[in-house]
Each structure stands twice: as C-alpha cells, then as structure tokens.
Design a protein around this ligand. Structure first.
Ligand code: ZN
Length: 158
C-alpha cells in the first residue's frame, strides 16, 4: 500500500490533474477494505464512485503540488490510517470547488462548495474556520461531506 501511494504521488502532474484524480480513486477502490476502517462508510461509498469529469479540479489556491510532494515523502513510512486520511484529504483539496466569495466569518479564506454524501444537500464551507452554510443559514458542519459536482456548483452559484 505504501509503495503504491508513493509512486502515485511521485507521478503527480498539475497538468494532468484528472488522470491523477482518477488514479487516486482507483487506489481507494483497490484498498477499500483498509479505507473502510478509517473513513466513514457513506463517505467511502460516495468517494469510490467519483469520476474526474464531474468536477472542477484544481480550483483551490492552495499549493497542491507542494502538498503532494510532501505526502510522497511521508507516505514511505506512513501508517495505513495516515495513508487513508491523506488520500481522502487530497480528493477534497483537488475537487472541492473554491468560490470567489470570502468567508463571512474569518475573512481569511474563500468559501468552498460541498455536498452531502447522498448529494441531496449543497453547502458552502470554509476550510479555515469550518463554518458551514446551507440555504444561506449557518449550520453545524456535517461529519461527512464530499466535493460538489459541476452540476451542484451551478445549482448554487449559477
Ligand atoms: Zn472562515
């Protein structure tokens, strides 16, 4: 598992983000039984079916390439739990759509668009201070969220 993820991360290419994303999803499917020990069941079931073509990839201003390079080194000796957490975090980082809207709470990050695992609810969330909005109201941050699809992004912001 460690070797697989290290080689995947070492082959990260910012210009082929959709390939990288789909390989990451394949990795999760390959090790689904291990992921199921550390990732919420509904999240895992939703994430394992994600397809790069349904998402706006790479909209985050975070330095994803730096993040992946860092992970590649750490993953050599990482525990299974760390591998699973980082992979799911990376899915979020690559596929969660980042809006132009500054967080109304911390004013320190742009809001992202997220979905409930059943894709029935669409949220605006801040990764920095963790506020969550649903239909314009502040709500408790759900335990489980997945990136919003292109379709969901358009429903929310036109
Ligand atoms: Zn915030």
């Amino acid at each position: 598992m460690n070797n697989d993820i290290v080689s995947l991360y070492n082959n990260y290419n910012e210009n082929q983000l959709s390939d990288f994303f789909d390989r990451l999803i394949e990795f999760i499917n390959k090790y689904e039984r291990i992921f199921s020990r550390f990732v919420f069941e509904d999240t895992l079931q939703a994430v394992k079916k994600l397809d790069s073509s349904d998402f706006y990839l790479g909209t985050s201003k975070d330095n994803t390439e730096g993040l992946v390079r860092g992970y590649a080194k750490e993953m050599v000796k990482a525990t299974k739990k760390e591998i699973c957490y980082d992979a799911v975090h990376l899915i979020w980082d690559i596929a969660a759509f980042t809006t132009q809207e500054t967080c109304p709470s911390c004013q320190d990050d742009e809001l992202k668009i997220a979905s409930s695992t059943d894709q029935m609810k669409i949220y605006k969330v801040c990764d920095n201070c963790l506020i969550t909005q649903l239909d314009g109201e502040f709500v408790d941050r759900p335990q489980e969220m997945i990136p919003a699809t292109k379709k969901q992004v358009h429903i929310l912001i036109g």
